[in-house]
Design a binder for this molecule. Structure first.
Ligand SMILES: Cc1cc2nc3c(=O)[nH]c(=O)nc-3n(C[C@H](O)[C@H](O)[C@H](O)COP(=O)(O)OP(=O)(O)OC[C@H]3O[C@@H](n4cnc5c(N)ncnc54)[C@H](O)[C@@H]3O)c2cc1C
Length: 91
């Protein structure tokens, strides 16, 4: 954040991306107004949410389901590998 301030990076929050255009992006603010920003690149950086649809569907049909990895919670790959190893050893 300090480096961003030093380099005079403008921070805009509470905007909903609406359209990526030839020369930037159009976003809508909380009041519903469109705001245009010029940009060479647009970087999408959102959080991750675990997808439990398959786990939930299987739990309805199979007695024992062992969810591992990102369907439990979005994390790093070593945790998925470790949980797979633990589950395989327990079976
Ligand atoms: C952009 C990005 C960058 C990442 N970078 C890193 C990194 O640098 N280092 C790191 O450690 N981790 C990183 N991760 C996290 C890492 O990829 C995950 O933690 C890891 O892949 C989880 O493994 P998984 O087997 O649980 O899920 P996945 O690797 O997502 O595997 C799940 C598989 O199930 C399949 N599938 C889903 N639904 C169904 C269905 N209904 N029927 C059949 N198959 C289905 C999918 O197609 C997929 O092949 C990154 C993740 C992302 C998204």
């Amino acid at each position: 954040m300090e480096q961003m301030k030093e380099n005079k990076v403008e921070i805009n929050i509470c905007l909903l991306p609406k359209e990526i255009t030839e020369d930037g992006i159009v976003s809508t603010d909380k009041e519903g107004n469109d705001r245009r920003f010029k940009a060479d690149s647009v970087v999408v950086c959102r959080g991750f949410v675990a997808d439990r649809n398959l786990t939930d569907a299987l739990k309805e049909k199979i007695k024992e389901v062992r969810p591992i990895g990102d369907c439990v919670e979005s994390r790093l790959i070593y945790e998925a590998i470790h949980e797979g190893w633990v589950a395989a050893n327990e079976i």
